[in-house]
Every structure is written in C-alpha cells, then in structure tokens.
Design a protein around this ligand. Structure first.
Ligand SMILES: C[S@@+](CC[C@H](N)C(=O)[O-])C[C@H]1O[C@@H](n2cnc3c(N)ncnc32)[C@H](O)[C@@H]1O
Ligand SMILES: *[C@@H]1O[C@H](CO)[C@@H](O)[C@H](O)[C@H]1NC(C)=O
Ligand SMILES: *[C@@H]1O[C@H](CO)[C@@H](O)[C@H](O)[C@H]1NC(C)=O
Length: 310
C-alpha cells in the first residue's frame, strides 16, 4: 500500500546505507548524493499523500538526512470537530451519565472516613470575586458556565451566588484535576493528604455543599485537555468560559484554543492573571497570540483578560 510505503523505504534505505558504510563501500560524497535523492523522493511522496493521519512520517523521515530547510510547525490546529450543541437543560444529566455513571457525586458525601479530614468550609482563591464576574454575568446572562481551574471553588461559588441573585438557572461546570500543583501541602496545610492523595476535591465539594450550590455546580475531575475534548464530542458548550488552570504559556495556549471551540455564539471567554509579571511569558502571551490569530480584541477588567468581538 502506498500509505505504508515511505516508512518501509526509510527503513530499507537506512539499513542499506548502514551496511555500505560499515563495509566502506560509499565515499562521503556519494553518501550525501544518496541522501539528497532520498529526501527529494520522500518529500515528493509526502506531498502527494492526501491522508493526514500519515503526516508524522514527514518528521521522522528526516533523521537519516540533514535537517530540512523548512519545517512547517503548526500549533494552530486543534482537529476535533465538535458535536452539535445539546440544549443547556440536558447538560447536567449528560455529565452525570458520562462521568459519574448516572449518580450525583454529592450523593452520600462526605463518607464517614473522609469527614474528619475536612474543614467545614475552607475557601481561598485569587481575585475570585473580582468585578469581572459580576460584569460578565450581568452582560451575558449565561445558562452554562465552564470554568477551567477551580481549586477550592472560590470563583465558582461566587458565580453561583451571582447567577442565583439574578434568578438565572445557570449550570456551572468546573474542570479541575484537583491535584493542585507539586508542593501544595506545604502551602495549604488545611488540605490534608492521605497516602499522597490530596483531599482538594473533597474540600471543594464540602465548600459547595456548605453554600447549598450542589445543583448549580457540577465538576469534572480530570485534566482540562481530556475534558475539553470530551465536552466537544458530547456537544457541551458554554455561554461564559473562565480560563484559570495552568498559567504557563503552553497550558494557557491549549486551554484557550480548546475552550474557544466550546463557546456559544455571542458568548465570552475570559481568564485571570493577565497582568502579573510572570504572565508576560505565560498567560498574557497566549491570550495576545490567540487574539491576533483569530482577529479578536483583548479587553482588560482588573487582573482579568476578556476576549470577544466587541
Ligand atoms: C489558580 S487555581 C484556580 C483558582 C480558582 N479559579 C479560584 O479563583 O479560586 C488553578 C487550578 O487549576 C488546576 N489545574 C492546573 N492545571 C490543570 C490541568 N492541566 N488540568 C486540570 N486542572 C488543572 C489546579 O489543580 C488548580 O486547582
Ligand atoms: C454503574 O451503574 C450500573 C447501573 O446502575 C451498575 O450496575 C454498575 O455497577 C455501575 N458501575 C460502577 C463502576 O459503579
Ligand atoms: C443552606 O441551606 C440550609 C438548609 O436549607 C440553610 O440552613 C443554610 O442557611 C443555607 N446556607 C446558605 C449559605 O445559603
């Protein structure tokens, strides 16, 4: 099959070159001529190949020859095509079914062995009650909010209170792996650790229970990357999306790109830490790059960035 052809050719040629080099049959000049022909041939093959699943061969094929003069690096492609949006009133049920086998994770919470490990309420956050939340919730009146990065729930609980105030029947989806970050137990000694397992998720749940927000707030305790791919596949979209998980450039870039695909028309995506010094290399760079690639404008609201076509 032509699709498997380049790999076989590479393998065979490598072997061929290796054997001949060992035997001293090839002079350096003819070795380079051979490599030149090989690169040309492979380049030709990969251009005529229309099947995108075989693209990686282009990159691997260059290991036996000199580096190609122009490597096309495309970090702008996020391939998944999302399902059609499901109505917002079905979102909670969809998530309970797919993620929690049909049972609310708050059911029978906390278990007797967990309860003594939790504080009755322990909410710390970062700019989690900034004016931006009120401004955007009043403007967008969201039915569905997706939050990337929840920690103890400070911003999610604040949003639940704001939407409750407005009488909106808003479903808030919190995406967080609830691992925090390496070093968390030294910084937050109230969040217990058991055999290396942080109780962050349980403390977050306890906080949600304390403020009676278990209907408004549901969570997906996984990485943002895998979760956003799934939401896309299930057709779960948001009217308002907050990005506040990994703050390094690559994490922020992936999160913003993936999250933006889940934004309903007329929705707003925003996030924290646009102005801190470190985020000139991290969040701010990702936000600015995303805005310029997609022809969007960045607005600042306190420490937050807001993206839209204002
Ligand atoms: C700054 S905190 C979120 C704060 C919260 N929005 C607030 O206002 O209180 C960042 C959170 O992102 C989570 N996080 C970081 N990288 C993640 C990833 N790749 N997937 C899922 N969660 C992640 C961490 O566990 C942490 O709880
Ligand atoms: C999921 O739910 C089904 C039906 O209620 C049950 O039979 C099954 O044991 C559950 N699976 C897990 C992993 O709890
Ligand atoms: C939560 O509900 C309980 C009982 O319905 C009530 O006593 C309590 O004050 C409520 N707490 C908040 C923060 O609304």
């Amino acid at each position: 099959m032509i699709a498997n052809f380049p790999t076989d050719v590479i393998a065979a040629t490598r072997k061929y070159i290796y054997v001949f080099r060992r035997r001293g049959f090839i002079k350096p000049t003819s070795y380079f001529v051979l490599l030149l022909c090989l690169s040309y041939y492979l380049g030709y093959l990969s251009t005529v190949s229309k099947n995108p699943t075989h693209e990686p061969h282009q990159h691997y094929s260059t290991t036996t020859s000199s580096p190609p003069s122009k490597v096309v690096v495309d970090h702008y492609q996020f391939q998944t095509r999302c399902a059609d949006p499901i109505p917002s009133q079905f979102i909670r049920e969809t998530i309970l079914n797919y993620v929690f086998n049909g049972t609310s994770p708050y059911h029978d919470f906390p278990q007797p062995h967990i309860k003594p490990l939790l504080r009755q309420k322990k909410i710390n956050g970062w700019g989690s009650t900034g004016a931006v939340f009120r401004n955007l919730i009043h403007k967008v009146r969201p039915k569905t909010i997706i939050e990337l990065g929840t920690f103890l729930g400070a911003s999610a609980i604040h949003m639940a209170e704001l939407t409750r105030e407005l009488g909106l029947d808003t479903q808030i989806l919190c995406i967080d792996d609830f691992r925090g970050w390496p070093g968390l137990p030294n910084q937050f000694q109230d969040i217990k650790m058991v055999n290396g397992d942080t109780m962050l998720m349980y403390q977050f749940m306890q906080n949600v229970v304390q403020v009676n927000a278990t209907e408004a707030i549901i969570f997906l305790p996984f990485s943002t990357a895998s979760t956003l791919e799934k939401l896309c596949e299930w057709g779960v979209f948001g009217d308002l999306i907050e990005v506040d998980a990994g703050h390094d450039f690559h994490s922020a870039w992936l999160d913003i790109n993936r999250a933006y695909k889940l934004l309903r028309p007329g929705g707003v995506i925003f996030g924290h830490d646009y102005f801190t010094a470190a985020d000139n290399r991290g969040v701010r760079r990702a936000v600015n790059m995303f805005a310029s690639v997609n022809g969007l404008r960045v607005k600042a609201d306190g420490q937050h960035w807001v993206l839209g076509s204002f």
